[in-house]
Design a binder for this molecule. Structure first.
Ligand code: ATP
Ligand code: MG
Length: 466
C-alpha cells in the first residue's frame, strides 16, 4: 500500500469525487480528495501526490485553470491531469499551455483514466533514461527528440493534436515545422485521413486561390474543366499552410471565412460548399512585424493562433546534435546504400561549435555530403568560421567556398554538387588522356555537354580542377 502511487482528486461535485475515488482505490492507488482549488492547495502544502486529477470547471472560488496555474507555479514538477467536458476546448488548450500533463474528457471510460495515469506516472520513471527518442512518423519522416525543450514541445503537440483547433507553428527555416505538423496529424483523430501541405510561397499568388479552393470551367482563361482545390481534397483531413505570411491578404480573408464557417466556393462558382479541414499554419517570419506591416491579417492570426508552437533553432538545443548526427547518418546511409561513416568526437565537437543557420535541414545535408564525399577533415573545415576556412571548392567553379554563404543552403548544395561533378570530369579526362570523346562516353554524357562543362568549371589539362 505504501508504495502505490498517491493521487489527489479535485472536483467540486461530491458524486464525481466519490466515483473517482472508488475507481482508483480498486486499482490500489492511494486517493485523497479536495472539493475546491483552495482546499487542494492547502493539501499540497502537507504532502505532494504523484498525480493530481483536476476538474477544469469549478464554479465559485478558484476555477480549474487558476488552480492549475498556482500549482505549476509552486510545484513545477507536479503532474496534473485535467478533467474536462467536451465543450471546454478553449480551457483544455489553455491548460496545455499552462503545462498540464494530460487531460481527460468526461465522460471517460475506466480504461482511459487508467491509461492516462499510467502514462503520467510511467513518464516520470523514464526521465532519467529517455527512451523513444526517435519516433517514426511514417513516410520516412522521423522525430528525433533529445532536449528538454523538444520533449516539452512533443508532449504539447501530442496533446493539442486531439483538440480540433488550428495550430500555428513558428520557427526558423529548417527547424522542423513540417515534422511537427505531421506529428500533430498523426496523433489526431484525423490521422487516417489526408494530410496535405501547400507552400504558399511556392505557388504564384494568383494561382494560390485556385490551388486551395479549386475552380469551375471558365473561371479564368485556360480553365477548361472543373478542378477541386486542396481544401476539398483534404476534407476531414489536415492541411498544412506553409509560409502563411506569403499568402496575399485578399486570400487571407477567404481563408478566415473558411476557418469561421467551414464554407467556401470554387472560383467561378456560386455554390457554397461545406468543408471540414483542420488547418495547421507555419511560418518563419516575425509575426508581430508581419501584422504591423499588414502582410498578415491580424484577425486571421488570432484565428490560427488557437495554439502556437515555437520551435527553437538548433543552436539553442545543441545537446541534440550527437543524437541527430547519428540519426541522419543511419538514415542517409540506408538511403544511399552505403555503410555509415564514423562520427568522431572531433566531428561532433565541430558540429556543436557551428551555429547552424539552416538548422536541422542544414545538419542533415551536412551529413549527406560527409557520407558522399567521405572526407572528415573537409567536413570539419566546412564548419569553421568564414575567415579560418581553407579553399576547398573546385577552383573556378564559381560557386564559392564550402560553407553557407549569404544565399544559404542552395548555393552550398550547388557548390558541393559542382565540386563532385568537376572532380569526376577531370578524373575521366586524365584517365582518357584528355580524349574528350572517350571521356564523354565514360561519363555517359554527350560530347557537347562535356565541352560545356569543361568550360563551365574551367578544367585545365594539368592537374584538373583541383
Ligand atoms: N525533430 C526532428 N527529428 C528528425 N528530423 C528532423 C526533425 N526536425 C526536422 N527534421 C528534418 O530536418 C529537415 C527540415 O525539417 P522541416 O522541413 O520540418 O523544417 P521546416 O521548419 O518546415 O523548414 P522550412 O521553414 O524551411 O520549411 C527535414 O529533412 C526533416 O525531416
Ligand atoms: Mg517547411
Amino acid at each position: 500500500m505504501g508504495n502505490s502511487p498517491r493521487i489527489l482528486v479535485v472536483d467540486d461535485e461530491p458524486s464525481m469525487l466519490r466515483y473517482l475515488q472508488t475507481l482508483l482505490e480498486v486499482e490500489s492507488y492511494n486517493v485523497d480528495t479536495a472539493v475546491s482549488g483552495e482546499q487542494a492547495l492547502i493539501h499540497l502544502q502537507q504532502s505532494l501526490p504523484d498525480v493530481v486529477l483536476l476538474d477544469v470547471l469549478m464554479p465559485g472560488g478558484m476555477d480549474g485553470l487558476e488552480t492549475l496555474e498556482q500549482m505549476r507555479e509552486r510545484y513545477p514538477q507536479l503532474k496534473v491531469i485535467m478533467l474536462s467536458c467536451v465543450s471546454d476546448t478553449r480551457k483544455v488548450v489553455q491548460a496545455i499551455r499552462l503545462g498540464a500533463q494530460d487531460y481527460l474528457t468526461k465522460p471517460f471510460q475506466k480504461n482511459d483514466l487508467e491509461a492516462v495515469i499510467q502514462q503520467c506516472i510511467g513518464g516520470a520513471a523514464t526521465v532519467a533514461a529517455p527512451q523513444g527518442e526517435i519516433e517514426d512518423l511514417g513516410d520516412d519522416v522521423f522525430f528525433v527528440c533529445g532536449s528538454a525543450s523538444m520533449r516539452k514541445i512533443r508532449s504539447q503537440a501530442k496533446l493539442v493534436a486531439n483538440v480540433d483547433i488550428p495550430v500555428l507553428i513558428l520557427g526558423d527555416s529548417g527547424v522542423g515545422k513540417e515534422v511537427i505538423a505531421k506529428m500533430i496529424h498523426k496523433y489526431s483523430p484525423r490521422s487516417h485521413r489526408t494530410f496535405l501541405k501547400v507552400n504558399c510561397a511556392a505557388v504564384p499568388a494568383d494561382l494560390l486561390e485556385s490551388e486551395l479552393f479549386g475552380y469551375e470551367p471558365g473561371a479564368f482563361t485556360g480553365a477548361t474543366h472543373a478542378k477541386p482545390g486542396k481544401f476539398e481534397l483534404c476534407n476531414k483531413g489536415t492541411i498544412m499552410l506553409d509560409e502563411i505570411g506569403e499568402m496575399p491578404p485578399s486570400l487571407q480573408a477567404k481563408l478566415l471565412h473558411v476557418l469561421q464557417d467551414q464554407q467556401f466556393s470554387r472560383l467561378g462558382s456560386r455554390t457554397v460548399q461545406k468543408v471540414d479541414v483542420r488547418v495547421l499554419a507555419a511560418t518563419n517570419i516575425n509575426i508581430q512585424e508581419a501584422i504591423a506591416t499588414r502582410k498578415l491579417r491580424e484577425d486571421l492570426y488570432y484565428r490560427l493562433n488557437g495554439f502556437s508552437i515555437n520551435l527553437p533553432p538548433l543552436r539553442e538545443r545543441k545537446e541534440e546534435i550527437p543524437l541527430l548526427l547519428k540519426h541522419f547518418m543511419s538514415q542517409v546511409a540506408e538511403r544511399y546504400a552505403r555503410p555509415p561513416l564514423p562520427l568522431t568526437p572531433s566531428l561532433i565537437q565541430a558540429c556543436e561549435r557551428y551555429h547552424w543557420p539552416g538548422n536541422l535541414r542544414e545538419l542533415s545535408n551536412f551529413v549527406k555530403r560527409y557520407l558522399v564525399l567521405g572526407d572528415e577533415e573537409m567536413a570539419i573545415a566546412e564548419l569553421a568560421p568564414q575567415g579560418e576556412r581553407g579553399m576547398t571548392a573546385a577552383s573556378g567553379a564559381g560557386a564559392g567556398g564550402g560553407g553557407v554563404g549569404d544565399d544559404g543552403l542552395k548555393s552550398l548544395v550547388r557548390s558541393v554538387k559542382d565540386e563532385a561533378e568537376a572532380e569526376a570530369i577531370s578524373r575521366a579526362l586524365t584517365e582518357t588522356n584528355w580524349n574528350r570523346k572517350k571521356a564523354a562516353l565514360l561519363l555517359k554524357i554527350s560530347y557537347k555537354a562535356l565541352l560545356y562543362k569543361i568550360r563551365q568549371y574551367d578544367i585545365q589539362p594539368s592537374g584538373g580542377a583541383h
